[in-house]
Design a protein around this ligand. Structure first.
Ligand SMILES: *Cc1c(COP(=O)(O)O)cnc(C)c1O
Length: 500
């Protein structure tokens, strides 16, 4: 199987090249030039398999230039019981007779980014070897919280790689900051930037596009790369858990083979929900995809009207990982919906860049709404969904999952659709403990408490165990206390790499 660019179909590369490059040279994203199809019998067989076997089943269909040995090396190093604190890796929790919660947050950083970022370093280093790349990869990340820590945990001590993460000094939660500044590993570095997330991201972009600096790096045998969600190596591992959820439902007798399910995904960059769509394209029986947004509801409007318009107020919400106005993976979906029309996709992406807005034609919009429903909710509704879920089912969800739950409940009210439904749960409630505790009804329970007291309080209220990795933060010492100006980021990189 080859990979082609969404903005120029004539560009074809192997999976290893696509993962190594991240982005195509003309700015497009890599997508498979054909989709593997999976039979119902094969899906049924997955019921008795482990998560790693299910991962091999899916990944081997896409990364066709990887040997069995290479793939097993990547998969078996990524999805271990030690890292995920559970054998099932992505367990499915039954909320009631028609609603199931796919818990994607058992990884080392307690958010679903681990599902892809635990395996990406292995896919990337294997891709480097396969393409005879001799340089060391340097991963540069600007983070608003979840991605930075997940990338650090994924890349730490992975041979042939270094990673440096920049976070906005006053723009991440206390627990996210603690997670990053205590990071261990012999190839990692973390710096706070005096500025907001945009400053950190712009700084990273400047380093990436500085031609002189690229030459200096090359001379020192370094190659810059990024770990963000446009890389195919981050998307393909996400297809696995939708097959895994379906296989678990079959195994537990919740559905009959071939029975269609719905999928609800709390969405930001459109990566996670796109992975579920790709699963359906391969043959997974899915009826509706329900795209859930917070107040930054650019996708809700797009799915309802066919107009994508990022010219709107940016809202800071209690589900910060979905505070996004440009959903970059939508480009891959549009490429697919238009029957691989690279010209149309290029035109829309140019319009988005220039005017911040584009509109898709009625036939494409029709295809979209035949499969997708969308909805959004504000912080108040998110809080109410957490409380409601805890009271009805004695099950505590985080703020992102709560957006999905609220949107799903509205969808059911409006449509009466009783199809069995999987809700993608993207973070542990402990990671957003303060909002969750307030939602559970007690402002006084958070007042004056530090992070560890909050974790304890939430553990008592939810009768869930505090994730080991979060509890352990209390005894870790701060390793990275560097704060730099937004103009000094390149110097920080040079110091870390000891460039002359
Ligand atoms: C990144 C993230 C999301 C959004 O996922 P996309 O793939 O960007 O749509 C949702 N919830 C949490 C907790 C996240 O970290």
């Amino acid at each position: 199987m080859q990979y082609q660019s969404t903005r120029d179909k004539s560009i074809k590369v192997t999976a290893a090249e696509a993962i190594k490059q991240g982005l195509s040279t003309e700015g497009g994203l890599f997508v498979p030039d054909s989709f593997p199809s999976v039979s119902l019998e094969e899906i049924e067989e997955l019921a008795d398999k482990s998560y790693t076997e299910r991962a091999y089943f899916v990944l081997s269909k896409f990364l066709t230039d990887f040997s069995e040995e290479e793939l097993l090396y990547c998969i078996n190093n990524a999805y271990t019981k030690e890292k995920f604190e559970t054998n099932s890796i992505a367990p499915l929790y039954k909320l009631n007779d028609s609603t199931y919660v796919l818990e994607l947050w058992h990884g080392p950083t307690c958010a679903f980014k681990d599902m892809a970022l635990q395996i990406l370093p292995y896919l990337l280093t294997t891709s480097m070897k396969k393409t005879n790349e001799k340089d060391e990869v340097v991963i540069l990340v600007a983070t608003s919280g979840d991605t930075g820590k997940a990338a650090l945990e994924g890349f730490k001590d992975v041979e042939g790689t270094r990673i440096i993460v920049f976070y906005p000094n006053n723009g991440v939660s206390e627990i996210q900051k603690l997670q990053m500044v205590t990071q261990e590993g012999n190839n990692v570095s973390v710096a706070a930037v005096n500025g907001n997330f945009d400053d950190a991201q712009n700084g990273v972009k400047r380093i990436f596009t500085d031609g002189e600096y690229a030459k200096l790096l090359e001379k020192n045998q370094f190659k810059l790369s990024s770990a963000n969600s446009i890389n195919w190596g981050r998307l393909v591992p996400q297809i696995v858990y939708y097959f895994s959820a379906y296989a678990d439902m079959l195994k537990n007798g919740e559905i009959k083979p071939g029975e269609e399910i719905n999928v609800v995904v709390p969405t930001g960059n459109f990566g996670n929900i796109l992975a579920s769509y790709y699963a359906k394209k391969m043959g997974l029986p899915v009826k509706k995809f329900i795209c859930a947004s917070n107040e930054n509801n650019v996708l809700t409007e797009f799915i309802e009207t066919g107009i994508y318009n990022k010219n709107r107020e940016f809202h800071t919400t209690i589900s910060p990982s979905m505070d996004i106005l440009i959903s970059s993976n939508l480009e891959r979906f549009l490429f697919d919906l238009t029957g691989e029309d690279d010209k149309a996709v290029s035109k829309w992406m140019e319009a988005l860049n220039r005017d911040g807005v584009y509109e898709i034609p009625a036939d494409v919009k029709g295809k979209l709404t035949s499969m997708f429903a969308a909805g959004c909710c504000d912080d108040k509704e998110t809080m109410a969904a957490i409380k409601d879920c805890a009271e009805k089912y004695d099950y505590v969800i985080d703020t992102h999952t709560a957006v999905a739950k609220a949107v799903y409940d509205n969808y059911v009210k409006e449509t009466g659709d009783s199809t069995k439904t999987v809700i993608a749960s993207t973070a542990s409630p402990f990671k957003f403990n303060q909002s969750v505790l307030i939602a559970l009804g007690d402002y006084s329970s958070v007042a004056g408490k530090n992070e560890f007291e909050l974790l304890q309080e939430l553990s008592e209220k939810s009768r869930m165990q505090i994730p080991k990795s979060l509890a352990a933060l209390q005894d870790k010492s701060v390793i990275f206390d560097l704060v730099c100006g937004k103009e000094e980021m390149q110097e920080v990189v040079s110091d870390f790499l000891m460039l002359e």
